[in-house]
Ligand binder design. Structure first.
Ligand code: UDP
Ligand code: MG
Length: 134
């Protein structure tokens, strides 16, 4: 059975562009309940830990710099089938490939500055929630 929790980050590009309000509205309209939310700023060390699975990728260093470039909003969310439904709501990693109406299609500017994070499995959702909220 799929879980009821997922985790999201409104990334620095979207926060800077004042898209936090519209993004939260879309999330709530889609039936997600916000269980926990905080504004914060990552440092290189924490960004590197959060994206550890990508530390062998060519884009890793740029990604960490970008994630530290300004404030972010982190949220724990609840809904049935949370992980899969949230990934559908945000759309493909590259906004050029994202479906119409998805958060990335609406608010992302590039494959890197793609507005929002969403957990990719129940296991990672729990890890990410614990990373920010315990
Ligand atoms: N990313 C990037 N270049 C790429 C692929 C990914 O800068 O070629 C960034 C982008 O911000 C993405 C994050 O790295 O959201 C994590 O990548 P992942 O493949 O996990 O995509 P996601 O799960 O966020 O859709
Ligand atoms: Mg991912």
């Amino acid at each position: 059975m799929s879980g009821i929790r997922t985790f999201t980050i409104i990334k620095p590009d979207a926060f800077e562009a004042s898209y936090t309000g519209p993004i939260i509205e879309k999330i709530e309209e889609a039936g997600f309940k916000i269980l926990n939310m905080r504004l914060e700023r990552l440092d290189q060390n924490r960004a590197g830990k959060f994206y550890e699975v990508h530390n062998d990728k060519p884009f890793f260093e740029r990604l960490c710099n970008y994630m530290c470039s300004g404030p972010i909003v982190v949220m724990e969310l609840e809904k049935s089938n949370a992980v899969e439904d949230f990934r559908k709501l945000i759309g493909a990693t590259n906004p050029e490939n994202a479906e119409e109406g998805t958060i990335r299609k609406l608010y992302a500017t590039s494959i890197e500055a793609n507005a929002i994070h969403g957990s990719d499995s129940d296991e990672n959702a729990l890890k990410e929630i614990n990373f920010f909220f315990t």
